[in-house]
Ligand binder design. Structure first.
Ligand SMILES: *Cc1c(COP(=O)(O)O)cnc(C)c1O
Length: 401
């Protein structure tokens, strides 16, 4: 069923294989281009390039895709987190429990909402927040927990939801990587008070620049995010409202999405499920070829829980012995990799004043040392995967070039 998609370019050196970049979406764009162009043409005809018709259409289309009652388009996944936290009433003096292994925006969004991140360790199987460690981080100042759904699967939302209920906390999902992931049919971001999507180009649904959205079933949260993204403006009036909810007089910001990105996303969304299915095939191919390779400490698995959840492979991450040397070897062979994430959040210099130390969250720290993401995107061919896996095997069996 899977056909190698890359045509082998003619090379003057027949010995050397073509490079395998970590990410590209050239072919995907070729396929979606007619639809994207139609949306762009409508935008040009209308002459409104920001916060216009295409953005409104995208919000509606995403609401249909995810089942969210409300989708509020903003200019990045990071801003979506900041505005969602603020709309949930998070502000000065509050703490939000965040996993120590994530993209920096999971924690910096809390700081940008003028609250303080409190870190928790991860479950080493899923890389998501460990509920027991999260509970240990709860204090009387805790206002919310932020589960992050990393790589291909959801955090343990059953246990984290129960924890939030026990302590009266909001659940703000960092579902930036989680488009298409569902738990018992409910889309990521709708398993608590609200969640976000990122449309950064490398994400599962990627734009041609920065864009993001807030998902929620709560009309008040949606309204507050919509107000905050546009300088605190209500509708067409120019009253810059202050003091909504617990914002203590804080003002809004400019976080509107532009209609160019919305046009790109509208053109790609109808093919998203095909792209997700292709990602599943590619992940299975990697796992088949890497099983049993010495030096590989962990391949992706999906946790079995009481409530079934659908994984969506956003990236393919393995744990490897001598990770940095492996990365160097692959780079020499023309194979792109990424390290998500090299430093745990509790040891990032920007959070030094919080006083965490190495050893506080051993699973997060180990993940930072061992994980590496292999080339992964729907345009990848099975021949590319074979080449990557052979290069990995050569590194560990000593037959490296
Ligand atoms: C990508 C990402 C974000 C931020 O999204 P941007 O659109 O890049 O601002 C936040 N959290 C996680 C886990 C992400 O992967």
């Amino acid at each position: 069923m899977i056909s190698p998609t890359r045509s082998t370019a003619e090379s003057t050196e027949p010995e050397s294989d073509p490079p395998v970049p970590f990410f590209t979406q050239a072919e995907t764009f070729d396929n979606c281009w007619p639809d994207i162009k139609q949306h762009l043409n409508e935008m040009f005809d209308r002459g409104k390039y920001s916060h216009g018709r295409q953005v409104a259409e995208l919000e509606k289309a995403l609401s249909e895709y995810t089942g969210a009652r409300h989708v509020v388009a903003v200019n990045s996944g990071t801003d979506a987190l900041v505005l969602l936290l603020r709309a949930c009433g998070v502000g000065p003096g509050d703490e939000v429990v965040v996993p120590a292994f994530s993209f920096v925006a999971s924690a910096s969004s809390v700081a940008l909402a003028r609250a303080t991140p409190a870190f928790a360790d991860i479950d080493p199987e899923t890389y998501a927040m460990d509920p027991a460690s999260a509970e240990a981080a709860v204090t009387p100042r805790t206002r919310a927990v932020m589960p992050v759904h990393l790589f291909w699967q959801l955090a343990d939302m059953g246990a984290l939801g129960a924890l939030a209920e026990r302590h009266g906390l909001k659940v703000v999902e960092d579902s930036a990587e989680a488009i298409g992931m569902r738990r018992d049919g409910r889309h990521a971001g709708l398993l608590g008070d609200g969640g976000v999507l990122s449309f950064f180009p490398t994400k599962t649904l990627g734009a041609l620049g920065d864009a993001g959205a807030v998902l929620t079933d709560d009309p008040e949260i949606a309204e507050q995010v919509a107000i905050l993204r546009h300088h605190g403006r209500m509708g067409r009036t120019v009253d810059h409202i202050a003091g909504i909810s617990n914002l203590s007089g804080a003002s809004g910001t400019n976080s509107k999405m532009d209609d160019i990105q919305a046009s790109v996303l509208l053109g790609k969304l109808p093919r998203l499920d095909d792209a997700i299915a292709r990602r599943a095939e590619l992940a299975a191919a990697y796992t088949e070829l890497l099983t049993g390779v010495p030096g590989i400490l962990r391949l992706p698995t999906v946790a079995v829980r009481e409530v079934p959840a659908d994984p969506v492979f956003y990236v393919y991450v393995i744990e490897a012995e001598r990770r940095d040397a492996l990365v160097e070897h692959l780079t020499r062979e023309g194979i792109g990799t990424e390290t998500y994430y090299p430093t745990p959040l509790h040891l990032q210099p920007c959070f030094a004043e919080l006083g965490y130390r190495r050893g506080d969250f051993p699973h997060a720290e180990a993940a930072c040392e061992r994980t590496v993401a292999l080339p992964f995107h729907p345009d990848l061919g099975l021949d590319d995967i074979q080449r990557v896996c052979e290069a990995v095997r050569r590194f560990y069996t000593g037959a490296a070039s």
